[in-house]
Design a protein around this ligand. Structure first.
Ligand code: NAD
Length: 411
């Protein structure tokens, strides 16, 4: 199944619940604009390398479009299109005044020098600067990109349009960024994991957790859950999984990653397992926080966790979703679980426009407020309508986008 088909399927399940008309479905599903540009650079060895850069702007009924920029070898137009649609429903679920977009390049950042990555980013901005901007479409970090990439992005955009820090979020704190933006997605995942388990009458100390992916989202989720008293028994990254049934020494794992350029390769404080073994561990909560499509019909039966928190985008495909639902596994969907990042991005954008700064305590407080409000709404709707949390989240998102579309006038 293609990534976009999967997002569409989840959309249609929720649309059926609210009897959305065919016309409205088409209107909400077809992206507003898709851009594909050539990105060419001279590599450090003198070779000319050429890539394709994508930006999909899905919907702007509720405000400027917002979505990350991904550097990963699997990036293609279908994936970007699917992630752009997810952003539309995500910004609506947490009720931010935004639409949805996404962009990316099919590159492995580890294969390029810092200078080459800077050139790639600048040439990408050259290709799309006319269709993005603080009131139109605001990129942010995603897999393979970070605050440094956002700083280059802002600087290149300014060459065309002048000083506009709000053209991109997730910037370094020293360069119009927001204290707390980097941790926000993982922190949001942690906050909602805690809320959900409390709702289910479970205690952190009796809850075993495994996290796939130890980048920005996975590592901050691990830190938050450890501090909240959960028993983290396994983590992983591209190098494989690290498992300690009695509980990992989380501060030591975090320190190891920090000292080894973000990777866990070579960590000896736990038993080494594969990424697929991690997904099948006997834990209470499984948190996929790396790639999409990691739980499919092929491995859904082997998942033993009773709760899945989708920290990554689209980690569970619909065929697996059905198998897991039939077994009573509760899934907190991506469009709610990982919305902390875009929420903090919204705070950064607001502050850039007001030329005003909050301190980290206020950022954390506001983040918790927005995430909790969204979670309570989705949880109540799922109980009321007897639907999954995913369908409830989509109903909230689609309802808000549909309402704005109708209020704005279609003809
Ligand atoms: P990142 O690049 O910082 O980290 C990705 C992690 O995944 C790394 O630890 C990497 O080693 C690991 N990984 C890569 N390939 C893997 C594989 N085959 N198996 C297991 N692990 C693998 O990315 P991130 O920003 O943490 O994003 C992770 C996920 O969260 C993505 O799906 C992204 O779309 C989603 N997300 C990120 C944000 C954000 O603010 N960064 C916001 C919302 C959603």
């Amino acid at each position: 199944m293609k990534a976009f088909d999967s997002t569409q399927l989840y959309f249609n399940r929720a649309a059926d619940q609210i009897d959305l008309t065919e016309n409205m479905r088409r209107l909400l599903l077809i992206p507003k604009r898709e851009v594909q540009v050539q990105v060419a650079i001279e590599r450090d060895n003198g070779e000319i390398a050429t890539f394709v850069g994508y930006r999909v702007q899905h919907d702007d009924a509720r405000g400027p479009m917002k979505g990350g920029l991904r550097y990963h070898p699997d990036v293609d137009m279908d994936e970007v299109r699917s992630l752009a649609a997810l952003m539309t429903w995500k910004t609506a679920v947490v009720d931010l005044p935004y639409g949805g977009a996404k962009g990316g390049l099919a590159i492995d950042p580890a294969q390029f020098s810092t200078r080459e990555l800077e050139l790639i980013t600048r040439r990408f901005v050259d290709g799309i600067h006319d269709v993005i901007g603080p009131d139109m479409d605001i990129p942010a970090p995603d897999m393979g990109t970070n605050a440094e990439v956002m700083a280059w992005f802002m600087n290149q955009y300014a060459k065309y349009h002048g000083y506009s820090p709000a053209c991109v979020t997730g910037k370094p704190v020293e360069m119009h960024g927001l204290p707390g933006r980097e941790e926000a997605t993982g922190r949001g995942v942690g906050i909602l994991t805690y809320k959900m388990l409390t709702r289910m009458g479970r205690k952190p100390a009796q809850t075993r957790v495994a996290i796939q992916g130890f980048g920005n989202v996975g590592s901050h989720t691990a830190k938050f859950l450890h501090e909240a008293g959960f028993r983290l028994v396994a983590v992983s990254d591209y190098s494989g999984g690290y498992y300690r049934p009695e509980g990992l020494d989380v501060p030591a794992v975090l320190r190891y990653a920090l000292d080894h350029k973000g990777t866990l390769a070579g960590y000896t404080g736990a038993q080494q397992i594969s990424n697929s073994e991690l997904l099948g561990l006997d834990v209470d909560v499984l948190i996929p926080a790396a790639l999409g499509g990691v739980i499919t019909h092929a491995n859904a039966e082997s998942v033993r966790a009773k709760i899945i928190i989708e920290a990554a985008n689209a980690p569970v495909y619909p065929d697996a979703d059905d198998i897991l639902a039939a077994r009573g596994v509760m899934i907190l969907p991506d469009i709610l679980a990982n919305a902390g990042g875009v929420t903090a991005s919204y705070f950064e954008w607001v502050q850039n426009r007001q030329h005003y700064r909050w301190d980290i305590n206020r950022v954390r407080q506001e983040l918790e407020h927005v995430m909790t409000r969204a979670f309570e709404r989705v949880w109540e709707l799922s109980v009321e309508r007897k639907v999954s949390l995913r369908t409830a989240a989509y109903i909230v998102g689609i309802g808000r986008v549909g309402q704005a579309t109708v209020l704005g006038g279609i003809s």
